[in-house]
Write a protein that binds this ligand. Structure first.
Ligand code: NIG
Ligand code: FE
Length: 416
């Protein structure tokens, strides 16, 4: 049996439970001081305070560090060809995100690059991004398709996600986002694209077991609330769990749809109206908020305090993509959670661990440090939780453990 003991933990901070925490509970985490944690066969076997078990040979003194669950990034567009640095100048000259898209740039220029890329090339590029995420303390990642917008390339992106999940230490959850934009070849024929998605692509994705979730970009000039509903219902019929990009730029009814379709999460929510908050509270939908996107777009910030007040569980994620958020740094997202959303460090921790796990239907296996859950954890170069929410721009993830194995940091190799 493969046992590893982490001892002399200065602060162990973790949410508790196997479902999303909402309202006041989002900030009620377990804090243990002078703690230890025992891992066995990739799972957490036990943890406590005071004297650790003495009969374990492989043991590491972490010298008073903070230990938390591994971070979960519940919203990324990880698989894409090219980058879009050329849009920075346009942006600085006041051309808006939706204007760039309407001119055939934005998402559509990444679609061109992704269609042109070989599968191996996409794999290598995303592998490097995952390596960087692991360095930053991320142990599980959701990844979307949506830069193919045709059968062949959507399936290519999803196969890359499947292969990365098998090969990379990080676990991935796949989301089908064929409704990310209207492809140029269907510009005059929306209905045919909707039919292609509902009648051909979604059934194939499901049959090949290439995704667990179905997402849509419900936005002005992209897909209406009615079209979004149609796509998500088609996904549901094929066993795909609904997610929605809602209220990112215009509030056109995306967040209200959550209750109608039973969405597991709604994403962005920058301009979420009170009725949307009500719908999410009613449906138990996780609000997956993406503050680095607000930062990069220079927009306002999602009304997270109102959501917490209304009993909506909040997750925070990176939204890593080449257009609206060219950053995969979840530690920066945590800083913004405090500074821009006015969340407490405790609420932020829940948002990037247990609630993020709930947004991808994994709250029973990851997202908290409890016996029986996966031994995914970060030993921080930090004495406490406040410190990692307050320091900015440095990577404070000291050692990263995934499935009980040291993947990064100063313990790496000690075990081999
Ligand atoms: O979540 N909003 C839609 N999709 C992405 C952006 C994709 C892109 O610009 O390439 C987002 O922000
Ligand atoms: Fe997104």
């Amino acid at each position: 049996m493969d046992k590893l003991l982490i001892e002399n933990i200065g602060m162990l901070a973790t949410p508790i439970g196997t479902s999303a925490r909402r309202g006041a509970e989002q900030g009620q985490i377990r804090i243990l001081r002078n703690a230890w944690l025992l891992m066995e066969d990739g799972l957490i076997a036990d943890l406590g305070t005071g004297e650790p078990p003495q009969d374990i040979t492989e043991r590491f003194d972490v010298e008073g560090s903070l230990v938390t669950p591994g971070l979960v990034d519940a919203h990324t567009h990880l698989i894409f060809g090219g980058w879009r640095q050329n849009e920075l100048g346009l942006k600085l000259h006041g051309v808006s995100y939706l204007e760039i898209l309407a001119q055939g740039g934005g998402i559509l220029s990444t679609v061109k690059a992704t269609r042109a890329a070989e599968e191996e090339e996409l794999f290598e590029k995303a592998w490097d991004a995952l390596d960087e995420m692991l360095d930053l303390g991320v142990t599980t990642v959701e990844a979307k398709s949506g830069y193919g917008l045709d059968v062949e390339t959507e399936l290519k992106q999803l196969r890359v996600i499947r292969d990365l999940n098998e090969a990379h230490p990080i676990d991935l959850a796949a989301t089908f986002l064929g409704a990310h934009a209207l492809p140029p070849e269907y510009k005059e024929n929306r209905e045919s694209y909707l039919r292609l998605l509902c009648d051909t692509v979604i059934p194939q994705v499901s049959e090949k077991k290439l995704a667990e979730f179905c997402d849509v970009f419900c936005e002005t000039g992209v897909f209406t609330a009615e079209e979004s509903k149609r796509i998500l219902e088609a996904g549901k019929r094929c066993g795909l769990i609904p997610k929605i990009h809602a209220d990112e730029i215009d509030p056109i009814g995306g967040s209200q749809l959550t209750a109608e379709v039973g969405a597991i999460s709604a994403e962005h929510l920058i301009v979420c109206p009170p009725e949307g908050i009500e719908a999410m509270a009613k449906a138990g939908t996780v609000a997956c908020c993406l503050p680095a996107t607000s930062f990069y777009l220079g927009s306002t910030y999602a009304p997270v305090r109102d959501m917490i007040q209304a009993g909506v569980p909040v997750a925070l994620a990176s939204d890593f993509n080449p257009g609206s958020c060219p950053s995969l740094n979840l530690q920066f997202v945590m800083n913004l959670g405090c500074l821009r959303y006015k969340m407490t460090p405790e609420e932020v921790l829940t948002a990037v661990t247990l609630n993020a796990a709930a947004a991808i239907n994994r709250a029973n296996t990851i997202g908290s440090l409890e016996p029986g859950k996966k031994a995914d954890l970060v030993i921080w170069d930090a004495p406490d939780l406040d410190y990692i929410c307050y320091r900015m721009g440095s990577n404070l993830a000291g050692t990263v453990i995934k499935n009980g194995k040291v993947e990064r940091g100063w313990l790496h190799g000690v075990l081999d």
